[in-house]
Design a protein around this ligand. Structure first.
Ligand SMILES: Cc1ncc(COP(=O)(O)O)c(C=O)c1O
Length: 397
């Protein structure tokens, strides 16, 4: 179980069966069916019952086929000008810049904060002060929520719309008054249904428009705007409802596993650091910051048959497909377009730090105490490989 970095915890066939039988009885299989409606109502009621944002309007949402589609539909419903620039962090999943491009806009990759590993409103403010940005997409990276109140203040102050990619932070991310929120229900996320997503807003009209966009831009079968097809089917909703029945238990197990692993790692003397506010996530992954080379440690784990990984790394500006995108650092300085990869890293110190220092270890609900003990003993060996050897460095002098 240490040779996979994630093992989804999905409803069993028996747990699914009552919902599948309802599909048999309804003979409704595709979009806008009764199970989809039930899932959306149940999720809305659940998020409303946990809502702590004061004087905010009611929560509205739609279910979609993926978080990527939630991001794309959300951006499309903002009606940005042609070739608009959308600011997003350079350390995130490729879905973010792809959704921006497919919504007809141009991604701009920002540096992140060195402690939260996120694009913060402070960084975004510096960038929008020196260049025209039409929308911002902060990311709740590794499932740690972004500050809803601070992003609301950003929207109020700048007038720039915000869509939060909270892919792995369903429920952990509170729903701001003024920002859109997108979640993923992919098998690797805490609330996993296989493939699926959700788009949430306090603005009902916005959500109604996004729903049209996910259904070919149609209203009563007549096309009124551009759109795609990204509606959830009854089969996906069946899994989502069955997963809802298990959610309270799943949450407890994830939170407990994360704190047990964190305590064992902290007690191991390996001096790893964690993401700031990591305890606010309903954990679906475990990333560690090391003083040594993260690549050497991850490679040593893999050579040992344990799954070491580099989720969201390298930064997107090192992916060939995104290498031509404009990058913007925490002081608001923009790239000119002729920088080498090394010059980009020098310009983006926190993203470069993440590339140098962050690696992930297996994290899933099928790990047992003896797996955790074994993992830590092998991590010690992997860190020894990465640490500069005192005798070797003496000889070099
Ligand atoms: C930060 C982030 N955004 C977006 C996505 C895309 O989610 P989906 O697979 O539901 O489209 C992911 C998936 O891993 C993600 O991690």
């Amino acid at each position: 179980m240490l040779n996979r970095y994630v093992v989804p915890d999905m409803p069993s066939a028996d747990e699914l069966l009552p919902y599948l039988r309802r599909i048999d009885a309804n003979r409704w299989y595709s979009n806008f069916g009764p199970l989809v409606a039930e899932f959306e109502n149940r999720l809305t009621a659940h998020l409303t019952s946990l809502d702590t944002i004061k004087n905010a309007g009611p929560i509205s949402l739609i279910s979609v086929t993926s978080c990527y589609h939630a991001l794309q539909a959300g951006l499309q419903s903002m009606h940005l000008p042609h070739a608009a620039r959308v600011l997003l962090p350079s350390v995130t999943f490729p879905a973010c810049p792809l959704a921006v491009r497919h919504a007809g806009a141009e991604p701009v990759l920002a540096d992140v904060d060195g402690e939260t590993w996120q694009l913060t409103p402070a960084i975004a403010r510096k960038i929008v002060a020196s260049t025209e940005i039409h929308a911002v997409m902060p990311v709740a990276v590794y499932g740690v929520p972004v500050p809803a109140d601070e992003w609301d203040a950003f929207v109020e102050e700048t007038g720039i719309p915000v869509i939060i990619d909270a892919a792995a932070a369903l429920e952990a991310q509170s729903i701001p008054r003024r920002c859109l929120v997108a979640h993923s229900l992919h098998a690797t996320k805490p609330f996993s249904i296989g493939e699926g997503g959700v788009l949430i807003s306090r603005n009902r009209a916005f959500i109604e428009e996004a729903r049209r966009i996910t259904n070919f831009g149609t209203q009563m079968r007549i096309t009124v705007q551009d759109g795609s097809n990204s509606k959830m089917s009854e089969y996906q909703a069946a899994v989502a409802l069955a997963q809802f029945d298990r959610w309270e238990g799943l949450k407890k197990k994830r939170t407990s596993l994360f704190s047990r692993m964190r305590a064992s790692l902290t007690g191991s003397g390996l001096a790893f650091q964690f993401q700031k506010n990591a305890e606010r996530a309903i954990a679906s992954t475990m990333m560690l910051k090391t003083a040594y080379s993260a690549t050497v440690i991850a490679d040593a784990l893999n050579a040992d048959g344990l799954f070491g990984h580099r989720m969201y790394l390298p930064p997107l500006y090192h992916h060939p497909h995104f290498a031509g995108l404009t990058i913007a650092n925490g002081d608001g300085r923009l790239s000119k377009g002729d920088e080498t990869p090394g010059q980009k890293d020098a310009m983006m110190p926190s993203a470069a730090m993440m590339q140098q220092s962050l690696f992930g270890i297996p994290f899933h609900l099928f790990l047992e105490e003896r797996d955790i003990a074994h993992l830590i003993s092998r991590l010690k060996l992997a860190v020894e490989k990465a640490a500069p050897h005192p005798a070797r460095s003496m000889q070099a002098r």
